[in-house]
Design a protein around this ligand. Structure first.
Ligand SMILES: [Cu+2]
Length: 159
């Protein structure tokens, strides 16, 4: 604002051409510097957002388990995942369904309840997802009931 006013008042006094050019140049520099400050501020804000987005994606990628391998194999993929207490695991129906997710009291930390993690209803639709949240550290083993005989099981380590 100040720069524009100074520039106009000097222009109004009919300054020589070289001086006018100098004024114009200065007037250009001032907003540019201001813009650069804005850009830095914006980049900082954007940087934070991008970083948290990246974290979110990484967390999601690490805790999504496919039910059935891409090639049709009767497995959870990955069959073992490690998460932090308070994180969730999402199972995504992928191939060879129906599948389900069954935890047994014997294979989860003491004091936790198998039914709060299990999803016994069969996943029949492609891409169908179910999620469970784990707040107690320890090891949790689970299996798929229809394919238990084929060894379709998985393990979650909660840190
Ligand atoms: Cu299965």
């Amino acid at each position: 604002m100040a720069a524009t006013m100074t520039s106009s008042s000097i222009m109004g006094t009919r300054v020589a051409a070289p001086q006018r050019m100098a004024v114009q140049a200065r007037a250009t520099v001032v907003p540019t510097a201001a813009l650069r400050q804005d850009a830095v501020r914006f980049a900082k804000a954007a940087g934070v957002t991008a970083a948290s987005l990246a974290l979110t994606f990484a967390a999601n990628a690490a805790t999504t388990v496919k039910c059935g391998a891409d090639g049709g194999g009767l497995v959870f993929e990955p069959s073992e995942v490690t998460i932090k207490a308070g994180d969730s695991v999402t199972w995504k129906n992928n191939a060879g369904f129906p599948h389900n997710i069954v935890f047994d009291e014997d294979n989860i930390p003491e004091g936790t309840k198998a039914e709060s993690f299990s999803h016994e209803d069969y996943l029949n639709g492609p891409g169908e997802t179910v999620s469970s949240k784990f707040t107690t550290p320890g090891e949790y083993s689970y299996y798929c009931e229809p394919h238990q005989g084929a060894g379709m099981g998985g393990k979650i380590t909660v840190q």
